[in-house]
Design a protein around this ligand. Structure first.
Ligand SMILES: Nc1ncnc2c1ncn2[C@@H]1O[C@H](COP(=O)(O)OP(=O)(O)OP(=O)(O)O)[C@@H](O)[C@H]1O
Ligand SMILES: [Mg+2]
Length: 336
């Protein structure tokens, strides 16, 4: 039985439409015109126990709104959502006992209390048996390096420390399902690694089901065998990350800054030109057919190059390519 199931899940927000400028603001005040936006639009998916799934999409795609419906904070406009067989909103209390949620951009802990006191409070709220609490605290001290943080108030923590504290507090009642919304946002590489290791460990060791939202493709590659991609509220892909990497990880972009105009340049083999600026040349190439150095050599033969850079593929470009390549969710969907 799936742990999370959504069917045609939809959330419509009614917002005041405002035209630009002061005039627009005044008009919106006097005679507001409303407009509906579908933040989440008929999204259906199922997640099994013990899965770790990446839920990704560009800014405003509808990720957080989905997670809020899964936690019961928001009520769907239509469609349905079930978590562990319950309606998360109607059975909010029962649901809360078995889930945990981290919203990377804000804390749910008491700002001024030393962390250990916050954690103890959370433990009591969830009625974690004292022996179990001590055991988990000890585990987390090792895996999250908590010892050094126990006596610091959240207010004085760095971003990475705060996230470690947050994760410990979210997992101290051993939820079966965890939603992580941008858990590595703003962290340096080392801090990211630590958080990823911890998430992996919770998933493997305890069988915790994890739904992870992130803009960081590194998180996804390292943690999530399966991804669900949404765009403008709609599900556009549900399937293995491997398929995405095969299909879209093949292309790279290289940008040259040049002293002369690049308009007359003859393109090297196996690449296409993207940007058209006079002193800048951006080329897209297929990694399986040519290399960055071959392209660089061919360009430098023709024109003086001041600098060049190689871009890693990002989510926006993957989403763009999904539309262009016509890859539909059904292709990779293990359940279709
Ligand atoms: N409470 C709200 N009232 C009105 N509109 C909202 C509300 N919450 C979200 N939206 C809108 O719904 C859409 C989806 O927002 P959501 O926060 O779910 O996106 P997201 O995928 O989490 O984006 P991000 O990557 O920026 O966190 C956006 O257009 C947003 O402006
Ligand atoms: Mg969000």
């Amino acid at each position: 039985m799936p742990v999370i199931r959504t069917e045609q899940l939809t959330k419509i927000f009614r917002v005041v439409r405002k035209e630009p400028g002061l005039r627009g603001s005044l008009k919106a005040l006097v005679r507001p015109r409303f407009e509906n936006i579908a933040a989440v639009n008929q999204v259906s998916f199922e997640i099994d126990a013990g899965e770790i799934v990446g839920y990704i999409g560009v800014n405003g795609a509808g990720k957080s709104t989905t997670i809020k419906m899964l936690t019961g904070i928001l009520v769907p406009t239509s469609g349905s959502v079930q978590v562990l067989g319950r309606d998360p909103h109607r059975q909010r209390v029962a649901n809360a006992r078995e889930i945990g949620a981290v919203f990377g951009q804000r804390t749910q802990l008491w700002w001024d209390l030393p962390f250990i006191e916050s954690l103890a409070l959370v433990g009591r709220i969830y009625e974690v048996p004292p022996a179990r609490y001590r055991q988990l605290l000890k585990d987390f001290e090792d895996t999250l390096g908590l010892s050094e943080l126990l006596h610091i108030p959240i207010r004085n923590m760095s971003l990475g420390q705060k996230m470690r504290a947050e994760l410990a507090a979210t997992l101290i009642h051993e939820p079966r399902v965890v939603y992580l919304d941008e858990p590595t946002i703003g962290l340096d590489l080392l801090a990211k690694e630590r958080i990823r290791d911890f998430i992996r460990e919770q998933n493997r060791g305890r069988g915790t089901t994890v739904l992870l939202t992130t803009h960081d493709l590194g998180d996804i590659e390292q943690l999530c065998p399966r991804v669900i991609i949404i765009d403008a509220g709609r599900l556009i892909y549900d399937g293995p990350i491997a398929t995405i990497k095969e299909r879209f990880g093949r292309h790279r972009e290289i940008t040259f800054e040049t002293s002369e105009a690049t308009t007359a340049i003859e393109l090297p083999r196996d690449c296409t030109r993207l940007a058209a600026e006079p002193h800048r040349l951006t080329l897209r190439f297929d990694r399986t057919r040519t290399t960055a150095s071959q392209i660089a050599a061919a360009v430098m033969e023709q024109i003086e190059v001041l600098d060049f850079s190689l871009a890693e593929p990002d989510l926006a470009s993957i989403v763009r390519q999904i539309y262009q390549g016509g890859l539909r969710e059904v292709e990779g969907n293990p359940r279709s």
